[in-house]
Design a protein around this ligand. Sequence first.
Ligand code: DGY
Length: 322
Amino acid sequence: MARVVVTGRIPDAGLDMLRKNHDVFAWAEDSPMPREKLLDVVNGATAIVSLLTEKIDEEVLVAAGTQLRIVANVAVGFNNIDVAACAARNIVATNTPGVLTEATADVAMALILMTTRQLGKGERIVRSGEPWQWGMFYMLGTSVQGHQLGIIGLGQIGVALARRAKAFGMTIAYSNRRPVDPTIGAELDATRMDLRTLLASSDVVSLHCPYSPATHHLMSSEQFEAMKPTAYLINTARGPIVDEAALVEALQNDTIAGAGLDVFEREPLVHPGLMRLDNVVLLPHLGSATIETRTAMATLAAANVIAVLNGETPPTPINPVA
Ligand code: DGY
């Protein structure tokens, strides 16, 4: 029986699939597994099912041993895995694209509405007991209808968000290295722009690119300066794509109007400057957090493991081993 190590809690549906034919060690606590424990339990593993809270690097691969055949991430983002180190050792790395697209796009759309209509601030006022009164000019936001959504990284989640935004009357611009499939471009009536033009012309900018050294601090002071002072930034991708210190400055100085963040640079820490600002909505990385989505993520990761351990091609490889 192959040893499968699951580094964090995942829905039973995924564990049940793995337990049928394998010897499964699964971390059962909600808090992330301590690094020392991870290095210890992976020893002898043929498969690691990882969560984004665990860094799967060279040290972990060495600790696992030469029998390790797959690292299956239960996330679409895989910046926690050293994919090159896996490839160098002929270890397959997989992720879970597709199954969390709609849930994440829902949260991105929710953040757009929360920021442009000041819904977070409004909720805080009511809960605080602070006196309030309907008024013609009380807490005015801006409409999304007729305004431009600029999507940086129009992949599956970006497209799902664009569909929602179009239904809310927004026009769609995007910045990608390559144009999107013409059918999707036509459906969304989406205009491709270089990053600078997109930043300068969009009313809402939403990040959907993967995090890598190339996208580290893609959004920093220069980019905030390029945005309209009335524009909003939304991030449901990965925290370090945004230079948080520069964002705090941009929000404090009204360089941009506001931000909606589901992810943070030093998660779960949040820049203290953000905590003090009313023009930012802060969510604790909830993009894929529905039971249906998490179950689909767990079962897809399990299917990846089972396929590789059966000598088959996994459904969603990151780096197919040649
Ligand atoms: C992912 O899959 O990358 C998400 O961030 C998890 O919620």
